[in-house]
Design a protein around this ligand. Structure first.
Ligand SMILES: C=CC1=C(C)c2cc3[nH]c(cc4nc(cc5[nH]c(cc1n2)c(C)c5CCC(=O)O)C(CCC(=O)O)=C4C)c(C)c3C=C
Ligand code: FE2
Ligand code: FE2
Length: 359
């Protein structure tokens, strides 16, 4: 049977129109919708050994994350890391786990961001379909791209939820998207969201979140750290722009807040392995500040779109302990923008801009 191509106008009428024009026996094909896929890093399904191991294995096998030659890295990964880290990280996840929903905070918040964005972008029945996925673990990017396509999205905007670009985060999301397209006969058109580390709406939202948080305290932090996830120094030297993006976000934030370099500082957290990572390290800085006699500090995480293990356990928990153990008095963690009104305004602003010409 020869199928004549039918012209498909956009919108819900398009679906109706093409159905009416289809020859007998032709499967009905939905079209004319636009998909938005929010993607965050990923998270284990549970905190015990095997789910933790599965998640870490997928994450730490990614060549964008660990660039060492496989012949050197795999014996270390399988022989040491996957024997010890699932237990240690599982305990850390246990401390921040959302027991009510049996999932990590990152999953809870990302889902909520997706639901709220769907409400902000259109009425029920709108042709913009919003969904979310994780780079590692579930729900996976390939599954969600296929589901959106089946739901009539012939144009999809993929949003890696990282304001600052890094090959270890943004690029690896885009890699999976491209690998998924490689296997699709009928591909949707794809756009990916660029970094937005210097977008005024994002920087203003960060500033407001700082001001609101500080207004609710009974102490005034002498120093506020903007703590970003680190990457190995060698990745930066090879051309990853992440460090510059972090520095720029904080520089712009200082300007909006009217603070100097001493009050709002940049640090890097979450190092992994023996290599040198971006510095100054957050934990060492917190320790030194306390030892130098600083009594009150705040730490925020502008690079994390949602609170997660790295912000709740490593900063709100561990860094706070380090500060107090070394003579500090008051430590506060400023929450990520999450699904707050400020956070959702940033996400919706970036999405609306990147959907230009599509809706
Ligand atoms: C091993 C190298 C790692 C690089 C490079 C790295 C970069 C990087 N990661 C994030 C954001 C997140 N990382 C998270 C957890 C996490 N990160 C690493 C390692 C690297 N990250 C590990 C091993 C883990 C798992 C937890 C652990 O065992 O410590 C998370 C939290 C996920 C959650 O479920 O809460 C986020 C988010 C960025 C932004 C980044 C580089 C810019
Ligand atoms: Fe990480
Ligand atoms: Fe960590």
């Amino acid at each position: 049977m020869t199928v004549q191509p039918t012209e498909t106008p956009r919108g819900d009428q398009a679906v109706e129109f093409s159905r009416l024009q289809l020859p007998d026996g032709h499967p009905s094909v939905k079209s004319g919708n636009v998909g938005v896929l929010l993607v965050n890093l990923g998270t284990p399904d549970a905190t015990d050994y095997w789910p933790m191991r599965r998640y870490l294995r997928e994450f730490l096998s990614d060549k964008r994350v660990i660039e060492w030659p496989r012949a050197i890295w795999y014996p270390i990964l399988y022989g040491i890391v996957l024997m010890t880290r699932p237990g240690k990280s599982g305990k850390a996840y246990e401390e921040i786990w959302n027991h009510e929903k049996s999932e990590s905070p990152l999953r809870t918040i990302t889902r909520s961001q997706s639901e709220k964005l769907a409400e902000m972008l259109g009425d029920p029945g709108s042709r913009v379909k919003v969904d979310w996925a994780m780079r590692y673990g579930q729900p996976s990017i390939p599954d969600k791209l296929k589901a959106l396509k089946e739901d009539g999205c012939d144009r999809i905007l993929v949003f890696p939820l990282y304001p600052q670009y890094s090959a270890t985060t943004t690029a690896t999301v885009n890699d999976v998207v491209c690998r998924t397209l490689l296997k699709m006969r009928w591909q949707p058109a794809i756009r990916t969201v660029p970094p937005y580390h210097d977008d005024p709406v994002y920087v203003e939202a960060l500033a407001k979140s700082v001001e609101r948080h500080l207004a609710g305290l009974d102490f005034d932090p002498e120093v506020v750290l903007t703590s970003y996830h680190g990457i190995p120094q060698s990745y930066f030297r090879k051309g990853d722009p992440y460090h510059c993006h972090c520095m720029k976000t904080t520089r712009l934030l200082r300007k909006v807040l009217g603070w100097d370099e001493n009050r709002l500082r940049v640090t890097f957290q979450s190092r992994f392995g023996p290599e040198e990572w971006l510095q100054p390290y957050t934990d060492k800085t917190v320790e030194k500040l306390a030892r130098d006699g600083v009594k009150n500090i705040a730490v925020m995480n502008p690079g994390f779109v949602a609170d997660c293990l790295e912000t709740l356990e490593e900063i709100a928990g561990e860094a706070g302990e380090i500060f107090e153990e070394n003579g500090g008095e008051n430590f506060t963690h400023i929450p990520c923008l999450n699904d707050s009104d400020l956070g959702m305004d940033v996400i919706a602003h970036v999405v609306r801009r990147e959907l230009g010409g599509w809706i």
